[in-house]
Design a protein around this ligand. Structure first.
Ligand SMILES: Nc1nc2c(ncn2[C@@H]2O[C@H](COP(=O)(O)OP(=O)(O)O)[C@@H](O)[C@H]2O)c(=O)[nH]1
Ligand SMILES: [Mg+2]
Ligand SMILES: [Zn+2]
Length: 369
C-alpha cells in the first residue's frame, strides 16, 4: 500500500485528480467485471466473478525456452482476492461491485459499489460504525427453550431490522424440547411475536433421532424454514447455544461449506479474521440466495440509535407514544399520563415490550460516543 501524505489540496488540484480518475474509469470500462463481495478481511476482500469482462485479457506469448509467467484466467464463479480503490466507501460482505482483475498477479481491484438494498452495521471496538453485511433480505432471530430466551434481546434485533430495512424472521429452534413441561411456555413467546405481525417458524435440527414424531417435526420445521428463505440472503442471529450453527449446516448443501471449515481454512494467514462470509445455498449461484455468516453480530449493540429510532422499531408502541400526556414522557411505569402504560392496563399491549423499550431507550441515552 502506498503511503498517502495528509495535506490539503487546492480546488484546482482536486479537479485535476477527479478528471484523471474519470478518464481512468472510462479507459477501464471494457475490463470491468461484476462481482459480489463474499468475504471481508479488513483491507482485503474476496470477490466472486458474476460476469466476464467485455474483452478477455490476452495471455502474453512466451518465446521458446522462456519460463511460463503466472497467468490467472478470469472465469465465472471464481473467487478473487481484491483490494478496494481508495476513496470508495467502506465495503461489506454482500456488496455488488464492479472491479478489474489482473491476470498477471491474480489480484483484483474494486472500482465501484452498486447501491445497496439494505445494510447492517455494527460498532467496532473503537465504537466506530462498520458495515457488516449489505443486501441482506432476512435476519433470522433464533431462540430456543434452552438456553432460556431473553425477550429483550429479540426486541433489540427487531429494532436493528427496522433500521437496516431487513425483514425479521423469528425462529424457535429445539422445538423437540417444547413437549417437556418446563419449556412449554416458550411457545407463547413465538405466538406473541406472531400476533405483532412478525413471520415465525418452529424448527428442530439436532434433536435425538429415536422418536418418530420428533423426526417429523424436524423435517417439517427445516422445510418451512427453507421455504421462507429460498432465493434470499439471510443472517442468523441469537444467543449462543440456540442452534444457529446447527441450522446453518443443515441448510447448506455441501459439508465443506460448514462454518467451522471456512473459518479455519482461511488462505489469508492466521492473523486475519473475517467479519462475515457469504455462503450460497447452491454452489456458484448467489442468485439463489445464501447465508451471511457473521460471528460478531450476536453481540450487536444498538447504542448508536437515538431513543426515537428505538421507539420506531417497536411497531405496536410507536403509534401510541404520541398520545402520552407529556411530550418528553419516559414511559416508565410511574410516568404520569403515559399512553403506553394505559394500553398495558387495557390489555392492548404487552407489559414486557414496554419495559423492553424503556430499557433500550435508557441504554441509548446514557451511551457516550
Ligand atoms: N434438542 C435439540 N438440540 C439442538 C437443536 N439444535 C441444536 N441443538 C444443540 O444445541 C447445541 C448448540 O448448538 P449450536 O448450533 O452450536 O448453537 P449456536 O451457538 O447458536 O451456533 C448443540 O449441542 C446442538 O447439538 C435442536 O433442534 N434440538
Ligand atoms: Mg455457533
Ligand atoms: Zn409515555
Amino acid at each position: 500500500m502506498a503511503l498517502i501524505r495528509q495535506r490539503k489540496l487546492s480546488k484546482q488540484q482536486i479537479r485535476r485528480i477527479e478528471k484523471q480518475q474519470q478518464a481512468h474509469q472510462d479507459d477501464n470500462t471494457n475490463d470491468l467485471i461484476d462481482g459480489v463481495v463474499i468475504a471481508h478481511y479488513g483491507k482485503q476482500l474476496e470477490v466472486q466473478v458474476t460476469s466476464l469482462p467485455a474483452e478477455q485479457p490476452q495471455k502474453p506469448s512466451v518465446a521458446d525456452g522462456e519460463p511460463e509467467p503466472f497467468w490467472q484466467p478470469i472465469e465465472l464463479h471464481d473467487i478473487w482476492r481484491c483490494h478496494a480503490r481508495t476513496n470508495l466507501p467502506m465495503l461489506a460482505t454482500g456488496d455488488n461491485v464492479r472491479w478489474i482483475a489482473d491476470p498477471n498477479t491474480g489480484l483484483g481491484r474494486i472500482e465501484s459499489v452498486q447501491p445497496r438494498r439494505s445494510l447492517i452495521s455494527r460498532p467496532d471496538r473503537y465504537h466506530k460504525l462498520k458495515p457488516v453485511a449489505s443486501n441482506v433480505d432476512i435476519l433470522a432471530i433464533v431462540f430456543a427453550p434452552l438456553p432460556l430466551p431473553a425477550p429483550s434481546l429479540i426486541d433489540r434485533y427487531l429494532v436493528v431490522c427496522h433500521h437496516a430495512e431487513v425483514t425479521p424472521l423469528l425462529v424457535l429452534n429445539k422445538a423437540d424440547l417444547l413437549s417437556l413441561e418446563p419449556h412449554k411456555e416458550v411457545a407463547n413467546l413465538l405466538t406473541e411475536y406472531q400476533q405483532l405481525g412478525y413471520d415465525t417458524v418452529l424448527t428442530s435440527v439436532d434433536c435425538p433421532e429415536t422418536v418418530k414424531t420428533i423426526n417429523d417435526i424436524k423435517q417439517q420445521g427445516l422445510q418451512d424454514l427453507e421455504h421462507k428463505i429460498k432465493n434470499k440472503m439471510v443472517i442468523f442471529a441469537g444467543q449462543s447455544g440456540v442452534g444457529k450453527s446447527s441450522l446453518i449446516n443443515a441448510l447448506l448443501p455441501d459439508s465443506e461449506q460448514s462454518v467451522n471449515v471456512i473459518s479455519t481454512n482461511s488462505k489469508l494467514g492466521q492473523h486475519t479474521t473475517t467479519t462475515s462470509r457469504l455462503l450460497p445455498f447452491v454452489n456458484d449461484d448467489l442468485s439463489q440466495g445464501g447465508i451471511v455468516d457473521t460471528p460478531g453480530i450476536r453481540e450487536y449493540g444498538i447504542w448508536h440509535l437515538t431513543p426515537d429510532d428505538i421507539l420506531a422499531g417497536f411497531i405496536e408502541l410507536a403509534p401510541l407514544a404520541g398520545l402520552c400526556k407529556f411530550r418528553d414522557c419516559k414511559h416508565t411505569s410511574n410516568s404520569k399520563g403515559c399512553a403506553l402504560w394505559q394500553a398495558v392496563a387495557d390489555g392492548e399491549v404487552l407489559q414486557r415490550r414496554v419495559e423492553s423499550l424503556v430499557t433500550l431507550q435508557e441504554e441509548a441515552d446514557t451511551q457516550h460516543y
